[in-house]
Design a protein around this ligand. Structure first.
Ligand SMILES: Cc1cc2nc3c(=O)[nH]c(=O)nc-3n(C[C@H](O)[C@H](O)[C@H](O)COP(=O)(O)OP(=O)(O)OC[C@H]3O[C@@H](n4cnc5c(N)ncnc54)[C@H](O)[C@@H]3O)c2cc1C
Length: 436
């Protein structure tokens, strides 16, 4: 497959606009609005809504969506270039209408929703009149969804849900949840036992046990630990085919994972730029830090990690655009997801070290970025699981060797070469050393 690294000049103009708009108008919002999805916050609405209007007027709203859903439909490469800027700010994805987890939930609703579901849930979600939460993980099981226990039992024209969900991001602000429950416990195939449902957050029987707070997050925690006690929803709130939860969630998670990586790139860039500036600004033992070879080593390592990650990410975005099917790019997405936490962690750690004591404080972003790197290594599935997926996909293209020795075994190749050139060697009368 060939690839093309050029950015369309017309889109570069848009990127330049996004860059200065985010820097001048959106980044300051992070300092006055801690939770950009808290629609009950008057200041949030007064500040964010006019910014959203400017983005809409510019045709950049909900950039992750195809034209049929009201987005510009410009594909993942352009989205990556844009997210690389938006990831600098907590508020920016909300201002541009492409924030997680709503973006992934919108994709699922768009793919599998009925016309009625799209009207009630998707339309206001796309307009950011409401927000949503994805409640899949359970307190006893996260990495292995086959171990989930929440049930949905069909009773007349209703489903009755019972169980608990854990770490449902933004549940506290959400108008509805997209959740996963066992509907067909006796299905022979364990991947066909669960289904996806839409559940309004104000449905009787939903009980917040508590909100979990990741240590570097503002407020009082926005990741819901939620009990579903005899929660009754109408039969038409099944999302996608019954028993197909695994297939439905792959549509949601494929895009979400790459979009997280795109935004993480922005945080890597911030840490890297700060590291370089500090190295040139700070002196010790008579020279700048930038003159010390061990510091130069950190800068060189960080640049290489950043550029390798960016290339892998951009190529993955480009492949998604070409294939138009997340399944065909599964290997690349798993690699991007697995490498991202390590790159963010390492670059932020180097930046922290070069800043000395200042690096440890909340006056610079490095501790926050390091915690975020761990968050990225868990949200949407732990790194280990993605490495397993990657390795399995890679190994599909290989075969075992035909005998006890590797196909690339030197003696085997030497013998083959002698055989291939036997006539010539004999004609020239050359004596070659015996390697057997
Ligand atoms: C900030 C944040 C936001 C989140 N948002 C959401 C959300 O919105 N909705 C939602 O449903 N969930 C959400 N989650 C939960 C997330 O999906 C789970 O944390 C993740 O799937 C891991 O599950 P677990 O925490 O139960 O860890 P476990 O499943 O207990 O795994 C613990 C550790 O075991 C190791 N491990 C697991 N499987 C393997 C394996 N196959 N091979 C080798 N080692 C393995 C890994 O090191 C892993 O970190 C969020 C998590 C975080 C941290």
């Amino acid at each position: 497959m060939a690839w093309d690294f050029e950015t369309d000049p017309a889109f570069q103009t848009e990127l330049d606009w996004i860059d200065s708009f985010v820097r001048d108008k959106v980044e300051p919002v992070d300092f006055i609005v801690p939770e950009p999805l808290d629609m009950a916050n008057e200041l949030r609405n007064a500040v964010i809504k006019p910014l959203q209007d400017q983005v809409k007027a510019r045709g950049l709203w909900a950039f992750h969506l195809g034209k049929e859903l009201g987005g510009p439909g410009r594909g993942q490469v352009q989205l990556a270039l844009m997210n690389e800027i938006l990831g600098r700010s907590r508020a920016a994805p909300v201002v541009f209408g492409c924030q997680a987890p709503d973006s992934g939930n919108a994709e699922v609703l768009a793919h599998f929703g009925t016309p009625e579901q799209k009207k009630i849930y998707l339309a206001p979600l796309l307009a950011n009149e409401i927000c949503s939460s994805f409640a899949m993980t359970e307190p006893q099981a996260g990495s292995d969804p086959k171990m989930f226990e929440m049930t949905a039992v069909s009773e007349g024209d209703e489903w009755v849900l019972n169980g608990k969900k854990w770490f449902a991001t933004n549940a506290v602000f959400a108008s509805f949840f997209i959740t996963m429950a066992i509907t067909d416990p006796d299905a022979a195939n364990p991947y066909k036992r669960m289904s996806i449902f839409i559940v309004r957050a104000d449905t009787p029987g939903i009980r917040f046990i508590r909100n979990m707070q990741v240590v570097n997050e503002p407020g009082n925690g926005s990741h819901g630990y939620i009990a579903f006690d005899d929660v009754r929803i109408s039969a038409d709130h099944l999302l996608g085919p019954r028993g197909e939860a695994f297939r439905v969630t792959q549509v949601r998670l494929g895009g979400g994972r790459v979009h997280h990586a795109m935004r993480s790139l922005a945080q890597c860039r911030i840490a890297f730029d700060m590291m370089c500036e500090r190295a040139l600004s700070r002196q010790t033992q008579g020279t700048n830090l930038s003159d010390k070879q061990l510091v130069q080593g950190m800068i060189a390592d960080s640049w290489m990690q950043l550029e390798q990650f960016r290339l892998l990410l951009m190529r993955t975005a480009w492949k998604i655009d070409k294939e138009q099917d997340y399944k065909k790019v599964r290997k690349d997405i798993a690699a991007v997801k697995a490498v991202m936490p390590r790159v963010l962690h390492d670059i932020a750690a180097n930046a922290l070290q070069i800043h000395g004591s200042l690096g440890m404080t909340n006056e610079v972003p490095f501790i926050d970025q390091i915690i975020t790197s761990f968050r990225m290594g868990l949200a949407d599935g732990p790194t280990e699981v993605h490495k397993v997926t990657l390795a399995k996909q890679i190994l599909r293209d290989y075969k075992p060797s035909a005998d006890d020795f590797p196909t690339h075994h030197t003696l085997r190749r030497h013998e083959a070469a002698l055989h291939q050139y036997a006539d010539l060697i004999e004609r020239l009368g050359i004596e070659l050393p015996d390697r057997s």
